[in-house]
Design a binder for this molecule. Structure first.
Ligand code: SAM
Ligand code: DTB
Ligand code: SF4
Length: 327
């Protein structure tokens, strides 16, 4: 095994890696991680839901879809100054990337979008990496976000092309890929991953990882989420994700996309420090920090800093890729 950057992985190769005996898989992933990245560094990102609930889409996992009866507090687009004060607090707590999420199917060219552009500008001026996740985007909208200072755009494939229609029927896998392409063309860093625990088979997880690793360029960030089971959604009664499955996903992602930031995303609230440390060992090098993800609980900054101290991990500086590129 070596950690060359490749975009021509075959399904068979990814399958073989994914099914490697677990400790051997972790060892191989850790080896690739050491070859390509500073293993003592973990990127700390903070999420904020800037527009919550009332979404017209039918994503079966999501508390924010209007059609399911969940306990969400629906909230229209926040004011710029309130968003900036959250970003400032996140920065003071040690976060270097701020990601704003909106429960939209797609971006529309209206006043709300103009306000988001102002938010992006403001967060960028704080010296943080700004990320947004706003649903589908045209190339023109992606360029406007880039001009306002957007650093990254999150748009997940969530699962395999084959399983997608079991989870979401209101848009297609190709719609997702098109938005990713629009983001790329605008020169914005791509954040794209998925969720496990949706009822998918191992082959769906392998299929999703294969799609990500055979994009023309690997996403710069790959979030791996464990399903947060939300009362009122069609997936409320799914089994809790097995932590070993998270580790297997993270390790496989690390091996096939050696330089991506692999983010241990939703699901940390239910994981022990020991379990999370195996994820870091297997190549995870980014987390969402702060008491809430978008709408669900997450470990506090203090708990995470204690974990970092215990494991000897350091928060990664902002804009590090650029610094390397300029050096
Ligand atoms: N509406 C936009 C979209 O769907 O692209 C952006 C916000 S959406 C909430 C962002 C991502 O959150 C989804 O793609 C999904 O991967 C993740 N997500 C939503 N609900 C989740 C849940 N219950 N458990 C785990 N991940 C979830
Ligand atoms: C991602 O992959 N996970 C984050 C972020 N990108 C936007 C969202 C997780 C959401 C978990 C459910 C919630 O808190 O609403
Ligand atoms: Fe809407 Fe995004 Fe939730 Fe799907 S995941 S229902 S698009 S907010």
């Amino acid at each position: 095994m070596n950690g060359a950057i490749r975009n021509n992985w075959t399904i068979g190769e990814v399958e073989k890696i994914y099914h490697t005996p677990l400790l051997e898989l972790i060892y191989q992933a850790a080896t690739v991680h050491r070859e390509h990245n500073e293993t003592g560094e973990v990127q700390v990102c903070t999420l904020l839901s800037i527009k919550t609930g009332g979404c017209p889409e039918d994503c079966a996992y999501c508390p924010q879809a209007a059609r399911y009866h969940t306990d969400i507090n629906v909230q229209s687009l926040m004011q710029k100054d309130d968003v900036l004060s959250y970003a400032q607090k996140a920065k003071a707590a040690g976060s270097t990337r701020f990601c704003m999420g909106a429960a939209w199917r797609e971006v529309r060219d209206n006043r709300d979008f103009d306000r988001v552009l102002e938010m992006v500008k403001g967060v960028n001026e704080l010296g943080m990496e700004v990320c947004c996740t706003l649903g589908m985007l045209s190339e023109d909208q992606a360029r406007k976000l880039a001009d306002a200072g957007l650093y990254a755009y999150n748009h997940n494939l969530d699962t395999s092309a084959e399983y997608y229609s079991e989870i979401i029927t209101t848009r297609t896998y190709d719609d997702r890929l098109q938005t990713l392409d629009n983001v790329r063309k605008a020169g914005v860093s791509v954040c794209c991953g998925g969720i496990i625990g949706l009822g998918e088979k191992h082959e769906d997880r392998i299929g999703m990882l294969h799609t990500l690793a055979t994009l023309p360029e690997h996403p710069e960030s790959v979030p791996v989420n464990a399903l947060v089971r939300i009362k009122g959604t069609p997936l409320q009664d799914k089994a809790q994700v097995d932590v070993w499955d998270m580790i297997r996903m993270i390790a496989t992602a690390r091996i096939i996309m050696p330089k991506a930031m692999v983010r241990l995303s939703a699901g940390r609230a239910e994981m022990s420090t020991a379990e999370q440390s195996l994820c870091f060992m297997a190549g995870a090098n980014s987390i969402f920090a702060g008491e809430k993800l978008l709408t669900t609980p997450n470990p506090s900054f203090d708990e995470d800093m204690q974990m970092f101290n215990l494991l000897g991990l350091q928060p990664r500086e902002a804009f590090k890729n650029e610094m390397v590129a300029e050096a």
